[in-house]
Design a protein around this ligand. Structure first.
Ligand code: PHB
Length: 384
């Protein structure tokens, strides 16, 4: 018995020494630091670093070294930007980004160079659909998911005629498609889709059209700075009282302090709610608030969980990146103990997760119900 114990101790020491003798794992953070999504990028980075810090600064026994690029949520610069991390900095793993168009370019570059990629927000359906790959996972959602769950709720509430409004790019269009699929399955009809280019905020002509058409409900996808302005403009136009506004939860996440009275009472669905009263969420929010003097939001959760998924992979191989197949398999098989509730990843690498109905009260998106239990993206076109 004593011999076995000392052998176990010796083995653990060797393993730790093995990891210690190695250079740090290079993590490339490609996130927006400027533009309408800048605050989202900061929350993701802070969430990621918080988890690493809670592990004593190491994952799989290895130190973490960060490299950073501001992607500006600019698809035209995305390939150049991601190659700074892949080719110049030689990172071991890419973490990014917020904007679906930028993330699609990252996924292509990650596939071409076989670099590990963890997507901590961008919902582009193709990333865990037609472009799915063993070296790519997502800690957030597919655009289809929050669109679909909001459509389920809007139909259940008995609305029949809906209008949608969003930015005309992958995230907006795919979220609207998810909403339409569920809303029409539930007996409703989308009578008109409105859009404007990303990241424009001249909402007035579109709000005038909503007022003229008087649908039963409006479904919106906006996020970050654009969401703040949209919700304020919607209320200022007097529409909140006449046409209920629903959205995927990004409409009111990380935005409530700026939206103030205009957001009160809005219903959205998302894979997180601020006041989920679980020991895991309470501990996370406390730790985040102490570290950053700010309230956590869904983006912080997604960053935190991106680090948890990387940790699961590195732990399985004791920090040995050369054991690539075992590493990616462990990442895909991770059971993530998330502040949102435990979740697993689909074969395509996207979270299978409960979608919550939330209502805005003060500066919180408060949990009201589970809108759809364990919702899995259909992963259309994925051949893993
Ligand atoms: C996206 O572009 O995929 C996106 C951006 C911001 C969000 C959600 C999705 O809050």
């Amino acid at each position: 018995m004593r011999l076995m114990l000392s052998m176990a101790v010796a083995l653990a020491t060797v393993t730790a020494a093995h990891a210690q003798g190695q250079p740090p794992i290079k993590v490339g953070l490609m996130l927006p630091a400027t533009g309408t999504y800048a605050a989202l990028g900061t929350m993701i980075e802070n969430g990621f670093k918080l988890y690493v810090q809670e592990q004593g600064g190491k994952l799989g026994g290895r130190e973490i070294q960060y490299f950073k690029v501001d992607d500006e949520s600019e698809p035209a610069k995305a390939t150049d930007n991601v190659n700074k991390l892949i080719k110049r900095d030689n990172v071991d793993v890419l973490v990014g980004t917020v904007h679906s168009g930028v993330a699609l370019a990252m996924a292509k570059a990650a596939k071409d160079s076989n670099t590990l990629l963890i997507v901590p927000n961008a919902g582009a359906d193709a990333i865990t659909g037609a472009m799915c790959a063993q070296n790519i996972v997502r800690s957030s959602f597919s655009n289809w998911q929050p669109g679909y769950s909001t459509g389920v709720v809007a139909a259940q509430k008995g609305y029949k005629r809906a209008m949608t409004i969003t930015w005309n790019y992958a995230a907006g269009n795919e979220t609207v498609r998810g909403f339409t699929e569920a809303f029409e399955k539930g007996g409703g009809k989308v009578v008109k889709d409105l859009s404007l280019p990303f990241p424009n905020v001249e909402f007035q002509p579109l709000l005038t059209e909503i007022a003229a058409q008087k649908p039963d409900v409006v479904f919106a996808f906006f996020a970050g700075g654009g969401a703040v302005k949209f919700v304020k403009d919607y209320a200022a136009a007097g529409l909140t009282k006449t046409v209920p506004l629903f959205g995927s939860g990004f409409l009111t996440d990380g935005t409530l302090e700026a939206q103030g009275a205009s957001a009160q009472g809005l219903y959205t669905t998302l894979h997180y709610a601020d006041n989920l009263d679980t020991p895991r969420n309470n501990a996370f929010r406390k730790s985040f608030a102490l570290t950053y003097k700010a309230n956590a939001d869904v983006y912080a959760v997604q960053g935190y969980d991106a680090a948890q998924i990387l940790a699961a992979g590195l732990k399985a191989v004791n920090g040995d990146l050369a054991k690539r197949d075992a590493l990616t398999a462990a990442m895909h098989k991770a059971v993530v103990d998330s502040p949102r509730g435990k979740f697993t990843l689909s074969a395509a690498g996207n979270p299978v997760q409960d979608m919550y109905l939330r209502e805005v009260k003060g500066i919180n998106n408060e949990y009201r119900a589970v809108a759809v239990k364990a919702l899995a993206d259909p992963a259309r076109g994925c051949k893993l």
